[in-house]
Design a protein around this ligand. Structure first.
Ligand code: ZN
Ligand code: ZN
Ligand code: FE
Length: 760
């Protein structure tokens, strides 16, 4: 007997080959009907024998297309219409938008095969793509996802592509970015300052020649421009650093495939899976000693950030050159990555010797993502290309639509509605007016794409963050969320844990509720409220920003706080401080002038690094801490005992013993590796001592480890293991960055809860 069902499928089901997949599946079960995209996802109207429909639905859920993510399926019965055949129908663009935009995906194996097959009509076509791969989010201009609402709208399909696009049996059936050498975008090469362009194969050849000659190339990628050079040519790498004004920060390296990766780094099976995933993030790996990477790629570090080729252009270029390439974001210092051609030619003109570009516009800027393996799982450090704008499931759902504007550094924003949070791509550091503009633009775009009109906006408590100031201009009720509270909520949302939790938040800085600069916090978080139960003892933060750039200042602050009359001697013996500045600093520290109290663990790492003679001035954020981690001997079992006391009803962890222990060890000429290892152990021990006491007092066993300091794998693994042994259930960041890149999600969850509670 013929039956009919109308099936609504929600999730990431547009732009991932879902309709052709449904059509093929229906055909294999001899079912008739049709499938179309609507604003909520995909709707299947199917009829045939009941048993066949059941089998069809089971298979649909068991093995959807590779890039699809099914959130929910609803099935309704309807009277049979006795149609014949199965068709893919026009999109329905009415109603509210709830469909999801897929993230960009790396070139799939099938396309890669064709790219290097001389008889294929897309042989060496730099824009080869299919329903299983290619650009998505970065070319979408509106919803629902269809070719005329992407930046491919201006490329009419040729007859051959048209046939594939409409051929139900083709891998490119309804693949929106489909193109070929006859109708697709064209690659161009332009030397810096010149107006002439070579096109197509000649452009690729010119770009490869330039790289071979040790020059700097700007390459247009999926979400923006990269700056590129031969990673084995140290002179080229140093030139890039000087021109980009990026002296020390590690540079990402792109290799052709996993074999290429294994030549320069140690790659575990889990890391190989991560490297080769469709998102193709930069993965932080141990460098292989003696590899042919230039020393300037990641000076002073045993690690390297590696990623595999993810566009056909990368594959063509790397096939030509067969060597690792530096692939760093196309910007000057910390500005947002350039994604518009005129802007790239203008801003990167002084850096790149040539440009490899094309005429498919980038609709949305999207930096590469960064990830690492921590405690047996993947942790995302920067969640951008390949992940954004995939939603994160939120339970319980948001009580109202909400916008959260994030922090000041590593800014991302978040739109939330119902059970979904759309955490944005990486926006960047809001010191730059262009980044603030990008934030405002991004917010507009997400509201349009996801059809979400927020009813309130969450921001950080810091009044001077550009994100806070932007919140105040939006004509919506605003809710300030304490920085470290938001970090904990972000970790809870990551792990889907809505119960009470003890949050350990270690980061650089965040505005506290008592006027101090917080950054070593032990919070009890329950529902949308928090209580500060403990913190690292306060020390003065001399000169704010200056202390961040110059770790020696924090060493002096900690010595003067912890070492009494011996402080001055220790400063002179151990801290290489500029002699002309020591007097001024001492004056500041004793008078308290421009030296607010801070509990920052990030700054304690700075102090320790300076005290060990590792680093007095930081060339990039957290450089001292990263080098301290790199220096630590993993075999060290020594530690510096924690001192905990009660003060004003709170537990205070005093790092004085740690500082004095380091001073003593230095006077005894202990090896730096041992002291750095002992320092890590000391922070672990201090954390465990605080948490076990607070856990006993509150009865809370769930512990969230969050804040940027927990990017330190040695610290997070040691602490998580010790806490687990002590009987705690440890929540670690996985999908959401533990640094300020994850802040907006926590803000959204907390503020929505508070707003609803207040009867908003
Ligand atoms: Zn493909
Ligand atoms: Zn074509
Ligand atoms: Fe933070």
């Amino acid at each position: 007997m013929t039956e009919r069902r109308v099936v609504a499928i929600r999730g990431i089901v547009q732009g991932v080959g879902f309709r052709p997949f449904i059509r093929d599946l229906a055909a294999s079960h001899d079912l008739s009907g049709q499938v179309h995209n609507d604003l909520g996802g995909v709707v299947v109207d199917v009829e045939g024998p009941g048993a066949s429909i059941e089998a069809f639905l089971a298979q649909l859920q068991a093995a959807p297309p590779p890039l699809a993510v099914i959130d929910s399926i609803s099935v309704d019965s309807a009277p049979p219409a006795f149609r014949t055949g199965f068709t893919v129908a026009q999109s329905d663009a009415s109603g509210a938008i709830t469909a999801l935009v897929a993230a960009d995906a790396a070139t799939c194996d099938a396309c890669l095969d064709e790219l290097f097959t001389p008889t294929n009509r897309r042989f060496r076509h730099p824009f080869i793509t299919c329903t299983n791969c290619g650009p998505r989010f970065t070319i979408v201009t509106g919803m629902p996802y269809d070719r005329h609402r992407t930046t491919m709208a201006s490329f009419p399909m040729c007859a051959a592509c048209h046939r594939e696009y409409h051929d139900v049996a083709d891998r490119r059936h309804h693949a929106q970015p489909i193109a070929c050498p006859d109708c697709g975008p064209v690659l161009g090469f332009q030397p810096a300052g010149a107006r002439q362009r070579s096109l197509g194969a000649a452009a690729l050849a010119a770009a490869a020649t330039m790289l071979r000659e040790g020059k700097i190339l700007a390459i247009k990628g999926l979400g923006g421009y990269h700056l590129c050079c031969d990673a084995t040519a140290d002179v080229a790498v140093q030139t890039l650093r000087v021109r980009k004004r990026r002296e020390a920060r590690p540079l990402a390296i792109m290799v052709r495939d996993l074999n290429g990766a294994r030549k320069v780094a140690q790659v575990s099976d889990a890391e190989a899976t991560l490297l080769a995933s469709a998102a193709r993030p930069i993965v932080l790996l141990r460098r292989r000693p003696g590899s042919d990477l230039g020393g300037s790629v990641a000076p002073g570090l045993p690690t390297v950030g590696l990623l595999l080729a993810y566009t056909p252009i990368h594959h063509l270029l790397l096939a030509e050159l067969d060597r690792p390439l530096v692939m760093t974001s196309g910007n000057r210092s910390e500005e947002p990555i350039a994604h518009l051609d005129h802007d790239a030619l203008d801003r990167l003109g002084g850096i790149a010797d040539g440009f490899l570009l094309h005429d498919r516009p980038i609709a949305t800027r999207c930096d590469d993502s960064v990830a690492q393996m921590v405690a047996g799982g993947c942790s995302i450090i920067r969640r951008s290309r390949g992940f954004a704008p995939q939603p994160i499931g939120i339970n319980p759902p948001f009580p109202l639509p909400i916008l959260a504007l994030g922090g000041h550094l590593k800014n991302t924003f978040c739109l939330g509605r119902d059970g979904r949070a759309f955490l944005s791509h990486h926006v960047g550091d809001l010191h730059h007016p262009s980044a603030v503009a990008a934030l405002a633009e991004g917010v507009d775009q997400y509201q349009r794409l996801f059809g979400i009109t927020p009813r309130c906006v969450a921001h950080d408590l810091h009044p001077d963050y550009a994100s806070t100031r932007l919140a105040e201009t939006l004509n919506l009720p605003v809710i300030g969320v304490q920085h470290h509270h938001a970090h904990v909520a972000s970790c809870q949302a990551d792990q889907g844990w809505g119960g009470p939790v003890l949050g350990v938040v270690f980061d650089g800085s965040g505005a506290g509720t008592d006027g101090a600069v917080w950054g070593g916090e032990f919070l009890r978080v329950e529902g949308s409220t928090f209580q500060r139960l403990g913190h690292l003892a306060y020390v003065p933060l001399p000169g704010g920003e200056a202390a961040v750039r110059e770790p020696w200042r924090m060493a002096v602050a900690h010595l003067m706080t912890s070492c009494g009359t011996e402080a001055e001697g220790a400063v002179h013996d151990l801290v290489r401080c500029p002699p002309d500045q020591w007097g001024v600093l001492r004056q500041m520290l004793t008078s308290g002038f421009r030296s607010p109290p801070t509990s920052s663990v990030g700054r304690l790492f700075d102090a320790a690094a300076a005290l060990l003679g590792l680093r007095t001035h930081a060339g990039y954020e957290a450089q001292a801490a990263i080098e301290l981690e790199a220096a630590a001997d993993p075999a060290t079992t020594r530690s510096y005992g924690p001192l905990i006391h009660e003060q004003d009803g709170m537990l205070v962890a005093d790092p004085g013993a740690v500082i004095r222990g380091l001073v003593e060890d230095r006077h005894r000429n202990r090896p730096v590796a041992e002291m750095a290892g002992a320092f890590h152990n000391a922070i672990r021990d201090l954390t465990v001592a605080m948490v076990t006491r607070l856990s006993r007092e509150t009865g809370i066993r769930h512990v969230a480890l969050t804040g940027g300091v927990f990017q330190n794998t040695r610290l997070v693994e040691g602490t998580a293991e010790a806490l687990t042994r002590a009987g705690c259930t440890v929540l670690l960041h996985r999908r959401i960055p533990c640094n300020d890149g994850g802040l907006a999600l926590g803000q959204a969850v907390v503020a929505a809860g508070q707003f609803a509670q207040a009867g908003g």
